[in-house]
Design a protein around this ligand. Structure first.
Ligand code: S3P
Length: 436
């Protein structure tokens, strides 16, 4: 499917975006190996998390879906998973594959993990290396999926210094650490999202967190709990940008997760001159949430602080569009990880912005973007949900219609994106690529 977007800016509205992807994956995985039931409200019913759900079910976990976003996971305990009868297909989801790999390294059975064309091209050496240091064996196709995790191996704790800032790798090692003899310690070069640590604690696991490290003792059990999943700030970011770029909008996004390891996008937009207010701060279980109010603003270009990169890692497609609409030049650096996301996001954004008339100089780890106006045109999403959504927002303030090709993967993280964007005033139609 493609999106055909006619110029039409956002208008004032109050909206709710779907549940947090990272928290939804973790609720399913940790709930599966907990003792007792885990009740999840606000679950993200997107394809990525549904792939995790299917994988957990394929390993014998009973999961009741009361409605699309309300779920009960009947935990089977830390040693209760059963061998799946076929390969686990994790679709487009790097989080599912990398976390699942850590979980499966400690099981008594072999399992194979695979995925779609994007996922099977992504690097998995980053999880295989620490797991093999712990005594696991993971077969791969030169560091890429499919992965076969060999079970029945005794794991030893490890002290592992992450070579890149990655919450997925950190979480993988911590999950394997639950099954290892001794104390596992992970050190990270920059702070990354800490949803795994928070959720493990609420499930009764004791773990210590210091400046740049986290450690836990192996052999601990988890207890099922109630989890309220906050709305996903990474999805809210598209709505925020649509409101900022509109000539006269005041948009309230309710109940969004504002975990400080995720809020880099807010800090960067604020430093570009955005009018963003955080209202009604509260706790939803282990995670802080708030309503976010965004008003139309004139954005200014700047040099983005690379220290904020790991706190905004999924929001650079949105931030590139913000830069392209800002006054002056914006320089991004420290973004090498973006080249191994669902697509090479630096290249995908640079070529799409150029197709809409923006001047972009690409560097190995970033880009320099000169603010301007978006012309109409056609951009490729490279099967990447966040590229498709970022360009939808650019198109809302373009001078002419924009076609965004190949948007099916928006379903991985933001089901109902088109409906929600239309509800705030965008003119975005889904159509078959061969339609006139
Ligand atoms: C995620 C971590 C990030 C992020 C991804 C979700 C997670 O990846 O890009 O969308 O849930 O742990 P890295 O930690 O590998 O950068």
């Amino acid at each position: 499917m493609d999106y055909l977007v006619q110029p039409a800016p956002a208008r004032s509205a109050s909206v709710t975006v779907p549940g947090d992807k990272s928290v939804s994956h973790r609720a399913l995985m940790l709930g599966s190996i907990a003792d007792g039931n885990t009740h999840i409200r606000g679950f993200l019913a997107g394809e990525d998390c549904l792939a995790t759900l299917a994988a957990c079910a394929a390993m014998g976990v009973e999961i009741d879906r009361h409605d699309a976003t309300t779920i009960t996971v009947h935990g089977v305990g830390r040693d209760g998973l059963e061998a799946p009868s076929a390969a686990l297909d994790l679709g487009n989801s790097g989080t599912a594959m990398r976390l699942m790999c850590g979980l499966l390294a400690g099981q008594g059975f072999d399992s194979t993990l695979t995925g779609d064309a994007s996922l099977t091209g992504r690097p998995m050496g980053r999880v295989i290396t620490p797991l093999e240091q712990m005594g696991a064996r993971v077969d791969s196709r030169d560091g890429k999926p499919p992965l076969t995790v060999r079970g029945g191996r005794a794991l030893d704790a490890v002290e592992y210094r992450l070579p890149m800032a990655s919450a997925q790798v950190k979480s993988c090692v911590l999950l394997a650490g639950l099954y290892a003899r001794g104390q596992t310690r992970v050190l990270e070069p920059a702070v990354t999202r800490d949803h795994t640590e928070r959720m493990l604690r609420t499930m009764g696991v004791s773990l210590d967190v210091g400046g740049g490290w986290v450690r836990l003792d192996g052999g601990q059990s988890l207890t099922g709990t109630a989890i309220r999943v906050p709305a996903d700030l990474s999805s809210a970011a598209f709505v925020m940008l649509a409101a900022l770029l509109a000539p006269d909008a005041d948009v309230l996004i309710e109940g969004v997760g504002i975990n400080p390891t995720r809020t880099g996008v807010i800090d960067i937009l604020l430093s570009m001159g955005a009018d963003i207010a955080i209202e009604r701060r509260r706790e939803a279980g282990a995670e802080p949430v708030a309503d976010i109010r965004v008003r139309s603003s004139r954005l200014r270009g700047l040099d983005v602080d690379p220290a904020l990169v790991s706190l905004a890692i999924d929001e650079f497609p949105v931030l590139f569009v913000a830069a392209a609409a800002a006054e002056g030049r914006t320089r991004f650096s420290g973004l090498a990880e973006l080249r191994v996301k669902e697509s090479d996001r630096i290249a995908a954004m640079a070529s799409g912005l150029r197709a809409l008339g923006i001047t972009v100089d690409e560097t190995p780890d970033g880009a320099s973007i000169a603010g301007g106006r978006f012309t109409g045109g056609r951009v490729e999403s490279h099967h990447d949900h966040r590229i498709a959504m970022a360009f939808s927002v650019a198109a809302s303030v373009a001078d002419a219609p924009v076609t965004i090709a190949d948007v099916d993967n928006v379903e991985t993280s933001f089901p109902g994106f088109d409906v929600l964007m239309r509800s705030i005033g965008l003119d975005l139609q889904t159509r078959r690529p061969d339609a006139a």
